[in-house]
Design a protein around this ligand. Structure first.
Ligand SMILES: [Fe+2]
Ligand SMILES: [Fe+2]
Length: 270
């Protein structure tokens, strides 16, 4: 089973550039074209937040018009760059199938894997938050089938990533969230975005796996924060492969135009 994760697309209005330099729509289209050409076909595509750059409804509507080109079903959760209300008004109910207590929390139950969307946003703040309501909802969902292999997807990583500019924003409610995660051995991964860098962190009894931004990787600086900066890069996303042996393998994908491949058997290259 193939699962695609796209994160931090930061789509702006048509004809505009994010931060004056990033043509984020073109990068997303390149990702979509590549994803549609994959074999085997992905079962679903998860968008882990910051879909829009400033949360304007026009940006979200434009993002939706691009994402509708995906052949696989796709699902969205909010990042700190958009409000859950706007996301819900644009993407419900096809790509955002349910809302619980106002939060964008829902479950996609497949025979092999359960996907749990968790809204980690804290209105008006850049950092993450899982309040008791959301933590209790997660606990209840996991308790329904405590042995079923599960993937949680949420925008904010619940752990510090070593990146000063995002670490300083914190994560409210980490104590209760930690309690819930510790109770279950079925959580194969927690898929996140937000950092704009691919990173994998072994945390408690699971892996926090952070996808790259589709275009704007952070300039990694582990010293105390200078001004936050990003590069412009090739279109990128994350691919997760659930094997028959029930292992989750995560591959980074970076799309290069006109890339040539060669056989390891030199004779075949002659
Ligand atoms: Fe972002
Ligand atoms: Fe973010």
């Amino acid at each position: 089973m193939l699962i695609i994760q796209i994160s931090d697309t930061h789509i702006v209005e048509p004809g505009e550039l994010a931060y004056g330099v990033a043509d984020t729509d073109q990068n997303l289209l390149a990702c979509i074209s590549h994803i549609n050409s994959l074999s085997p076909k992905p079962e679903l595509v998860l968008l882990t937040g910051d879909i829009s750059n400033s949360g304007k409804r026009e940006e979200l509507l434009y993002a939706k018009s691009l994402l509708e080109r995906l052949e696989a079903p796709y699902y969205v959760i909010p990042g700190n760059h958009e409000s859950r209300d706007d996301l819900w008004s644009v993407f419900s109910t096809k790509s955002c199938p349910a809302r619980v207590d106002g939060f964008i929390n829902y479950v996609i139950d497949k025979p092999e894997l359960r996907f749990i969307a968790l809204d980690s946003t804290h209105a008006g703040q850049p950092g993450g938050k899982i309040c008791p309501t959301r933590a209790n909802w997660l606990d209840q969902q996991l308790a329904k089938q405590p042995d079923k292999h599960s993937i949680i997807f949420m925008h904010h990583p619940p752990v510090k990533c070593g990146v000063p500019e995002t670490d300083k924003d914190g994560f409210i409610g980490i104590e209760r969230f930690t309690e819930v995660i510790k109770k279950y051995s079925c959580i194969k991964a927690i898929l996140c975005g937000h950092i704009h860098l691919q990173a994998h962190i072994h945390w408690l009894n699971t892996i926090v796996s952070i996808a790259p931004s589709t275009q704007m990787p952070l300039v990694l600086d582990l010293s105390l924060p200078p001004e936050s900066r990003f590069y412009l890069d090739k279109p990128a996303f994350q691919m997760h492969y659930w094997t028959k042996e029930q292992n989750l393998i995560s591959y980074p994908v970076s799309i290069q135009a006109n890339q040539t491949s060669y056989f390891f058997d030199l004779a075949k290259n002659m």
